[in-house]
Design a protein. Structure first.
Length: 148
């Protein structure tokens, strides 16, 4: 079958990673090494030959060093695809919730990876420091968990 040439959004996966470290609990956010700079959820472009869940697992490992278990692989937390969500182009994101284990360390496109408590996450949202539409994704997560 021949598909017509068309422009489509670039698929991505983003992950809200719940994590505990030294008695602290919260979610993992990264500081992006590359444009656009800022604080973001771990994630990245969907690679050929992987399922969305496999891509999320791969991206989490690359950017945070953590092994993750996706909470509900068949039902992402949300799907986002606004044409203006990313200054690099039109992206379509499948966002998942996952539990992380291992040692948190930045890698790949992440300049830093850090555990943020829920009060710290709320402050970052108030200060509008999240890039892309990750504020919307994080708010969806916070609503789902009863924090908002």
């Amino acid at each position: 079958m021949q598909f017509p040439k068309q422009r489509n959004p670039y698929p991505t996966t983003d992950i809200v990673i719940e994590y505990s470290q030294n008695g602290r609990e919260g979610i993992v956010l990264i500081e992006r090494k590359n444009f656009p700079h800022g604080i973001a959820l771990p994630g990245g472009f969907y690679e050929w030959g992987l399922t969305p869940e496999e891509n999320a697992i791969k991206e989490a490992k690359e950017e945070t060093g953590l092994d993750i278990m996706i909470e509900d692989p068949l039902h992402p937390l949300c799907v986002r695809g606004s044409p203006t969500r990313d200054p690099r182009g039109h992206m379509l994101s499948l966002a998942y919730i996952a539990q992380g284990r291992g040692i948190l360390r930045a890698g790949d496109d992440a300049k830093a990876a850090k555990l943020y408590s829920i009060p710290e996450v709320l402050r970052i949202i108030d200060e509008r420091r999240l890039v892309f539409d990750h504020e919307e994704i994080v708010k969806e997560y916070l609503r789902k968990r009863g924090y908002l």
